[in-house]
Write a new protein. Structure first.
Ligand SMILES: Cc1ncc(COP(=O)(O)O)c(C=O)c1O
Ligand SMILES: Cc1ncc(COP(=O)(O)O)c(C=O)c1O
Lengths: 486, 446, 486, 446
């Protein structure tokens, strides 16, 4: 029976040996007012180093991870995290550098940030970059705060932000948090933005249109220039959610498509490991007209090549967080960009798109497509979406059941039930670091699940069987939430 | 072919054949001609692994880091020792590489760690409900402001000037988005939050009052009266706290604080020039459905076996979209794991021993330096003093291989000659005495 | 079906990117004689980094390890390997130091070796230490080569070395390899050396007696001083196999018992991780009369505290290996000794002996002892031996079956069928880093296996069931050995 | 209570109670009074983890390591880049902490790695059977001598002066134990093993002839005739080989060599001031039952599933005791794992590219230095030259941050002014040119 670290605790055990006290042992009561002194120590565990290691090693073995097998989680770009990055990120010059060290003693770190800014600007096709936002959503918020500052600076007050109905949940959540009203724009037959719907919604009360291109259906919106024209015509900004950038590196750039603001997810496209839910980083690249409003500080370089952190930015929206951002993440993404270079990044996107279209073709096999038809029959970019309505209607198994049965095939299921536009959606993103055999293996697993369900749908409905725990009572957990050790 | 892909020429031919495309270029015909880049990216050529490693080592060597000087720099991030067992746990692929645990059956490791993290933060803060992590300290304060807005539907935030300058500025930046006014109350002459000013500042439109314990100058605030004054008109009390001193300080929850947030770097995370670390976010039970971010909950599987799941997801952006309590998706899971292991390693008695050692060394240091204190009151790990000739003092300290602390003048014009000195278990008496020796000349002119 | 890395290989795949050639690309034929050039490249795998990592991470998950659970492998001292040691061993000042660096540029490394030598000398009670031997067996060989040099230096030629019948297999193997003849000495009723047998065998043709004390039965030989007297009386040396040193640190010292030569197993007593079968290190400590013959180089310190590698040792037996030994192992063991200090090392041995006696007491419970009687009913030191003859005769399950059934209880079985003296032996060494609950858990597992066998012995005979593979055909593997990828 | 034990006072009381002993001291009454230490060990007091870490860092800082100078030092260990994936694999507890795989059902990871290692070594050496590892290079030569003794029952070993001095000395040290005479044959004037001398030295009592490819001076030996001469009277041919150059050099097995051994440090292992690394040991099929150390073999389990076991254990000490083929027990499993991963990372084409790059840079360097060669013949990664004023040259190189190589005079009086220069993928043309620039003055006086 699995135990928490608190249930393993035995009074008197310890892993921490305090250093010898080398200053007078003045009683705490002498140094702090009685009212400020804690009565009972916090009930942290009492456990030795060997048992802490065994506990967390044991827990780790219950996790499926990217180094165990195929992880085609759509919109998450689960591509290999090069092991070099952990070694260079741990160099004392980076990991032991205090964020408030004087810039003249942090030139190596600032040089790295400056070069990363330059590379991201070149990849996005937008000249000015701030590395500060902590993740994609935080970058989205920065983008809308910039938009607000930009319009206020022009004496305008706009209230609405347009997001396509296929947008990722963080987009609308960000719009609300940035004080705007969400207005949904419909999706056309071909999976792109419904231009008529857009023209109808576009007005001078619209501050911004947030788009992902390729979008969350895995399709490149061919009307992007027209969309940009419509948006700019009403004076709104065009925001690029960079989660799908892995499809177009070296092939196309948001800046060239007319976007004003782009966020990158360094933990998707640029291989910062996902860490079970972070850390990540969400730098933003912006056009000239948005530059003045970028958060502070900005890394700048003077003519002698010396770097500094420029806080003196009067029109900046101010700080989004402490210090200058997730520097450890910058080190890993910078190492990735310097490892692959222009050619390698382009090859990465090409292979991601090739792998996605190949897997889509394998799953278009009649025996599968009948139950899992592709949502849009177009060449896809780095990911594609299937609908599970065929399996639901003809085999009586929902997309959830297919996902749970895949767990017994030791592959991670795709993203499910997103985008909401597609019924019983399965969003599949193989990435460029998967070998052909694993794509073939995934198609075989899907086929065998469907064939099995044709015989006995109960098997999938009660999957998984081989995992550390089977299906969990999520409703119960929400009704009577137990969110800490009693 | 880059070392991270596996598509050989033969693979490409086979895959293109199965797709029915003549070339990879054909797959990109979806992109209109006019927006194709049509040239190579202007980036340096790729390099072999050892060349990248050497290049990064050269960059790293151009930074003076905390093993190359005795640093008393604090102001939000502290030079605490990171025990080696944390390296060996957070570099395991099983923790380093998975995504957010959307499939609980194969993520029980990550989910149980979140549950254990939430428990530790609840114990430190004295509040029953904590989430699995937010980005970091200052943006956690902004998130608390947003929750107060959603809870109270009011328009003003009162924040003490004792709160970290980056937290105050992040609050203002985010508040301009979610439409709230931020009002600052000053510090009194002892470097503690001015109680009368708080009482005067709060009104019926005040959503929350934000305090910090210890405050930015290191002062241990008298939270009781401050919280009482702050909540007088129905606002929520928000307190940003430094986690290790909470080993011996009465937890904010005990004083009626509603939301306790804070920076988690000091709990087993690296300095890393400012990030990534983690922020923690704890609140009263009644706010559980208004909390931002992931929350792990205990449950059972179909066979009655114990398990953990992401719970109350209806708060979150991937379900409630524009009605979400916050837009956060990717947070700081791996850094929170380091914090969880650190707190287990420190343990119930260790955190008291460490916090007590820091308390004693901090008071010893303040006396040893013998300079005029800006905050003469109780301090726990950091204190502010006036240094008559600060520039010269900083220069002399540098030459002695010491980084004496943070120039307060950068954020507090009223303390232009102020120096903020931080203490950890690594700052030995010997090192404190060396800093004190530099102050002798200062003292004479003081 | 598990594949080898060669079966995962696909022509054209690669993980290594060669640096750009920065010198003239002269054809190989111009630089090497035709006869010396390889025709076919070696059939090494062709595979990308992500797939290499997945292959070896996958293989690692098939291993039971010390950080998974209880590992009471007798005579191996499977105690916790502190994680600090991997961090300090990886410091560039150690890991990137060339073995032939001039001593004046390697003072930190030589200082560490000097201090480790001093600590080991103090622990062993013998003044002179050589760190050079690569493991325990290599230390045994060095000890007998020293003995040979010592006697030849006195004009004596001796041919026999005495080893107790309970000695570890490496002792007799070493005797043969050192050109001596093995003579077995019997074991008395109380588990110690049979003094009469020893007196009978002791002669001036005996070069050395090799002993382990406590011995491989886990018992301290109370007659050690008499044994030493008998051996020294005939002019032989007394050799101490240090594998069981974990029992007596701070309590007793081989030097004080009359031993001339001691080998340490740094990968047992001093926490160098076992690595699946190495690396280890087998330093030796010797008395004054043996010092001149120690291998070269020796670390020496001059009066100004400067360290050097002294090769000028005319009577030395010479080099046992390249350079100066397994320095990386010295770093870990030195960190251990400085972490625990005198008090901590003593507490380690005390707790190891306490844990062993407690587990012995649990297993002396009637329900168990009836089937697994203790071999010698005496207070044990850090390990103890049970005999499985009760289980074999009364329950029809051999010690092998008990060991295999333990695999299903997620604990590592004890050492089995050693020492040979004890029928169906089970040698159990818990070590000091195990918490009481795991000792209780082990006893429960043993009890449940015996109770289960009472009902149905077949279960144990066909165990294990839960492991990656079940019982393997070892005979077939020896008959038709397949020792490389075809 | 030390941080690595879990026995609280309550645990101790309970355990002593169950044992029936009053105190822990009572358990040590087995030790006779006269041999009890009776005083604390005279060792420095224990320290907290961060204090030990700081102490070790200070020691490490007093060494000039290969990232602080451009090193051309070789002579058996080489400054090759260790790819990062090796760190992440060998630090996993599942590889780092298990014992030798005595229970195959729970050691399939370690056993399959041994099988894959044996395959790679067999491919490099051109010999069908390799064991799972021996200690390191020089003692592997001594192990080969012992196997030749057991095979041939003869009493003499002929060894070329081109074999590494540490290997020759280890051979003599071990041979004095297993009772064999070691006879050395000289190098000719081109720094290659003197063929005529070999032919003359072997006789009917010669158990084996030991050569090295490339030899210690870096010369690529003409193995064909040497092996033929060596085996003329029935001796076994033993060849110590440098593994990376074997990517482009004809494998020793092709020339009739019976046993090929060597140092494995250059295959993904650290310099580590000389160890731990691994030694490899390969031989002809007919010697399989005479091989030292562990050998992994493929087999199937009761369900027909593929698996691996330690095989032919009847050779080994834990079964055959005094009749074992060698006394080795703990060997170098973790270092051999690093070698296995390195060879998979390098791969079939990579080892050819790397060996070719080293070949070209070695020849480029010899020409660029322009000094009188001691071994003018073909070299693969190392070469020896005469430096007129060696001490001054070494000093000037040091000042330029270069470690120019190994003073041959320490082991070869006949090359008192000799310098052995080693090349790896890390020694760029730029660095070679910098070394060459120092030779200009030398050249003038040459
Ligand atoms: C399409 C899309 N947009 C935005 C986000 C939010 O990014 P982050 O998780 O970094 O906040 C995600 C993350 O999953 C995403 O897939
Ligand atoms: C009692 C005993 N002696 C000697 C040895 C040999 O030591 P090593 O394996 O270090 O060569 C061992 C190792 O298992 C042992 O247990």
């Amino acid at each position: 029976m699995t135990q928490t670290v608190y249930e393993l605790s035995v009074e008197g055990r310890r892993a921490f040996t305090p250093p010898a006290t080398d200053v007078p042992e003045v009683p705490v009561e002498k140094l702090l007012p009685a009212d400020a002194i804690r009565r009972e120590p916090p009930a942290l565990p009492e456990i030795s180093e060997p048992e802490i290691v065994r506990h967390y090693n044991g827990l780790s073995k219950k996790n499926f991870d990217l180094d165990s097998g195929f992880y085609p989680l759509g919109s998450c770009t689960m591509k290999h995290n090069p092991k070099l990055h952990e070694r260079v990120a741990a160099l004392p010059g980076f990991s032991r550098l205090h964020p408030l060290q004087e810039p003249c003693y942090a030139q190596g770190a600032l040089d790295l940030m400056w070069c990363l800014q330059g590379a991201l600007a070149e990849i996005a096709g937008l000249p000015h970059v701030s590395l500060q936002p902590s993740a994609g959503s935080h970058g989205e918020l920065a983008g809308l705060l910039l938009t607000r500052a930009y319009h206020e600076d022009r004496g305008e007050s706009r209230h609405r932000v347009l997001t396509p109905d296929t947008a990722h949940g963080t987009n609308p959540a960000t719009v609300t948090m940035a004080g705007y009203e969400v207005v949904k724009v419909g999706t056309a037959e071909d999976g792109g933005v419904d231009l008529d719907d857009l023209r109808a919604e576009a007005s001078d009360d619209v501050a911004c249109l947030m788009l992902t291109n390729p979008n969350t259906l895995g399709l490149f919106d061919r009307n992007i220039e027209e969309i940009a024209r419509i948006v700019h015509e009403v004076g709104a900004t065009l925001y690029y959610d960079g989660a799908n950038l892995n499809a177009i590196m070296g092939r196309a750039r948001p800046g060239d498509m007319g976007f004003d603001i782009v966020h990158f997810n360094l933990h998707k496209t640029f291989t910062q490991p996902h860490g079970g839910g972070g850390p990540g980083a969400g730098p933003i690249a912006v056009s000239d007209r948005m530059e003045p409003f970028l958060p502070r500080p900005q890394v700048v370089r003077d003519e002698d090549g010396r770097f500094d952190l420029d806080m003196d930015r009067p029109r900046s929206i101010g700080k989004m967080r402490g210090f200058q951002g997730n520097f450890g993440v910058f080190v890993r993404s910078y190492a990735y960009i310097r490892s692959l270079g222009a050619e390698g990044l382009k090859e990465a996107s090409e292979t991601a798109v090739l792998n996605a279209n190949y897997l889509k073709a394998l799953l278009a096999d009649p025996g599968i497509a009948e139950y899992l038809p592709v949502a849009y029959d177009r060449t896809c970019m780095h990911e594609f979406v299937l609908s599970g309505r065929g399996a639901r209607d003809k085999l009586g198994i929902k997309t959830l059941d297919i996902a749970k049965r895949l767990l017994d095939h030791e592959v991670h299921p795709p993203t499910v039930y997103f985008p909401l536009l597609v019924e019983e959606a399965l969003m599949i993103e193989p990435t460029e670091t998967e070998p052909k055999e694993r794509l073939d293996g995934f198609a075989d697993a899907i086929r065998s699940i469907l064939e099995e369900a044709a015989e006995d749908p109960e098997i999938a409905r009660n999957a998984p069987y081989s995992t550390p725990v089977r299906r969990l009572d999520e409703a119960g957990a929400a009704k009577r939430p137990v969110v800490r050790q009693p | 072919m880059s070392r991270y892909t596996s598509a050989t020429d033969a693979d490409r031919r086979e895959m293109l054949g199965r797709i029915g495309a003549a070339s990879v270029d054909e797959l990109f015909e979806e992109i209109p001609e006019s927006v194709r880049l049509g040239r190579p990216l202007d980036l340096p050529a790729g390099m072999a692994e050892h060349e990248v490693a050497d290049h990064l080592s050269r960059l790293a060597a151009r930074n003076r880091h905390a093993d190359e000087e005795v640093t008393f720099l604090g102001a939000g991030m502290y030079d605490h020792y990171v025990p080696a067992l944390i390296d060996s746990i957070i570099t395991r692929s099983e923790f380093l590489t998975p995504y957010t645990p959307y499939q609980p059956e194969i993520s029980q490791g990550g989910l149980q760690v979140m549950f254990e993290f939430q428990t530790a933060i609840s114990e430190l803060t004295g509040l029953p409900v904590a989430n699995a992590s937010v980005y970091e300290g200052p943006s956690a304060v902004a998130a608390a402001g947003y929750m107060a807005k959603l809870e109270t539907r009011r328009g003003r935030i009162v924040v003490s000037r004792g709160v970290h300058p980056h937290s105050r500025e992040s609050l203002v930046t985010h508040a301009r988005g979610y439409g709230m006014e931020v009002v600052e109350v000053p510090l009194d002459e002892r470097g503690a939050t001015d109680l009368a000013a708080v009482a005067a500042a709060v009104d019926d439109d005040t959503a929350c009052v934000v305090l910090q314990q210890p405050n930015f100058l290191g002062t241990v605030e008298d939270l009781g009266p401050l919280v009482e004054a702050g909540k007088a008109t129905g606002a929520l009390a928000v307190c940003a706290a430094d986690p290790i001193p909470l080993g011996i300080l009465r937890p904010p929850g005990d004083f009626g604080v509603d939301i306790c947030v804070g920076e988690g770097q000091s709990l087993g995370n690296r300095l890393d020039f400012g990030g990534p670390s983690f922020g923690f976010f704890a609140a009263r039970q009644e706010f559980i459905r208004r909390m931002p971010g992931r929350i792990a909950g205990e449950t059972t599987d179909v066979d009655g076996k114990r398990g953990f799941v992401l719970t109350l997801q209806t708060r979150e952006q991937h379900i409630r979209r524009e009605k979400a309590t916050h837009n956060i998706c990717t947070a700081q899971a791996l850094n929170a794991l380091a914090g969880t292991v650190y707190l287990a390693w420190l343990g119930r008695r260790g955190i008291v021993e460490l916090a007590t050692l820091m308390l004693r060394r901090t008071h010893y240091a303040r006396e040893a330096l013998g300079l005029e204190p800006i905050n003469p009151g109780p301090v726990a790990r950091e204190f502010a003093v006036r240094v008559p000739d600060l520039e010269d003092f900083m220069e002399r300290a540098r030459e002695a291989g010491i980084n004496p602390g943070y120039r307060l003048g950068r954020d507090y014009p009223e303390y232009a000659d102020g120096l903020l000195v931080a203490i950890t278990e690594r700052r030995t008496r010997e090192q404190i005495d060396a800093l004190a020796a530099l102050c002798v000349r200062e003292r004479v002119t003081a």
